[in-house]
Write a protein that binds this ligand. Structure first.
Ligand SMILES: Nc1nc2c(c(=O)[nH]1)N(C=O)[C@@H](CNc1ccc(C(=O)N[C@@H](CCC(=O)O)C(=O)O)cc1)CN2
Ligand SMILES: Nc1ncnc2c1ncn2[C@@H]1O[C@H](COP(=O)(O)OP(=O)(O)OP(=O)(O)O)[C@@H](O)[C@H]1O
Length: 224
């Protein structure tokens, strides 16, 4: 008896717009990656988190031998910790900038302050319950094209595949910001150990690949 292949029906709206096709796939992958991240964070105690922060700091610092400007971000409780990295970079004399999300999902940048960490407002736009900056604060912003002046860009991400395709939080904030980067500056994502993707992630034309990633065990993986 022959095998009958049962083809599914293509949804015309998805076929007409490849971006829409990856958008729904990305949504599912993001959902799974977020629950994996919650699970990893749930079994990471304070001591392990401290070790992860130190391992990331040590690994990333090896990328920046000369005093330079590094873009980092203020990690949320479930994310690989960036606090020790910011501290270590500042202590070594580097300039550190961190993002502020704007209503149109673009990112502004400001100098990092020692000891501050991300909270809910970090990933909420001002018009959607996030932090609304006052004029004084705005005066300290460095411009949405600040990545052009950075020698190393450290991005958040839920997963990265072997080509450097990064799955982010879905705002497209980093894709917009990375348009401005200096092409000679490495872009690296931070992941919990185990979050790297063994299968190819869907990539849209706007997705800017990362050059590698660093994990919470201090493992450095160069991809490009
Ligand atoms: N720690 C950290 N900081 C970061 C990021 C990150 O992933 N981690 N970002 C990585 O890109 C940027 C912010 N990314 C964002 C991605 C999505 C939405 C968003 O869809 N927000 C919804 C409300 C979400 C909620 O209520 O929880 C909205 O504003 O409508 C906002 C910001 C910049 N800073
Ligand atoms: N350079 C860009 N200019 C305008 N819109 C963009 C740009 N990059 C991405 N977007 C839009 O942002 C939305 C989210 O994109 P995507 O799903 O790739 O986000 P992500 O990479 O997971 O998020 P992030 O970059 O914040 O980590 C999409 O609707 C996409 O069209």
């Amino acid at each position: 008896m022959g095998i009958t292949l049962r083809w599914g029906h293509a949804r015309p709206d998805r076929l007409a717009n490849p971006d829409a096709m990856t958008a729904s796939t990305k949504r599912d992958l993001r959902h799974a990656a977020r629950s994996r991240r919650r699970e990893i964070a749930g079994r990471t105690d304070a001591l392990a988190r401290e070790a992860a922060g130190a391992a990331i700091a040590e690994a990333v610092l090896r990328f920046v031998p000369e005093p330079c400007r590094v873009a980092v971000y203020e990690s949320l409780p479930d994310e690989p910790p960036t606090g020790p990295l910011v501290e270590a970079l500042l202590a070594a004399g580097h300039e550190v900038v961190v993002p502020v999300v704007l209503d149109d999902f673009s990112l502004e940048w400001r100098y990092a302050v020692r000891g501050t960490s991300g909270d809910d407002a970090t990933v909420r736009r001002p018009s959607h319950g996030g932090h609304t900056p006052d004029p004084e604060e705005r005066r300290g912003w460095l411009g949405t094209d600040t990545l052009a002046t950075c020698d190393l860009v450290v991005t958040p991400g839920l997963s990265v595949d072997s080509h450097g395709t990064r799955l982010g939080q879905g705002g497209g904030c980093y894709d917009r910001a990375l348009v401005h980067r200096d092409p000679s500056a490495p872009v690296i994502a931070l992941l919990h150990e185990g979050e790297q993707s063994e299968v190819d992630l869907p990539a849209d034309p706007h997705d800017v690949p990362v050059d590698g990633y660093v994990t919470t065990t201090g493992r450095v993986v160069r991809l490009r």
